[in-house]
Design a protein around this ligand. Structure first.
Ligand code: ZN
Length: 97
């Protein structure tokens, strides 16, 4: 067994922090992150339920908006309702901690 040595950690295996992940969600969903950034992003998510939920939430929101745009609905009442529900759900989750 070798001792853990921080010096052996190469940049590509580092794990992003919560703040970093939150800042990167937009870029991640728009596929703008580098391979290295996506790697550290995923590693963080695998160990952080809070950020995983946040990313899942943002992703659902983005997909909902995209779907509404595809249908060309000019008065997207259903979309607003959906977003409203999602936001309420997220509020409840955050209230729970
Ligand atoms: Zn996190």
């Amino acid at each position: 067994m070798t001792m853990f040595n921080p010096k052996t950690i190469r940049p590509e295996v580092r794990v992003a922090g919560c703040l970093e992940v939150v800042e990167q969600i937009g870029g991640y969903l728009r596929l703008e992150l580098s391979e290295e950034e996506v790697g550290s992003f995923h590693r963080h998510l695998s160990g952080c339920e809070r950020c995983s939920r946040r990313v899942a939430f943002e992703q659902t929101l983005l997909e909902t908006v995209r779907a509404a745009c595809r249908t060309g609905d000019k008065a997207p009442y259903a979309l607003r309702e959906r977003i409203h529900l999602l936001l309420n759900e997220e509020d409840r989750r955050q209230a729970k901690g």
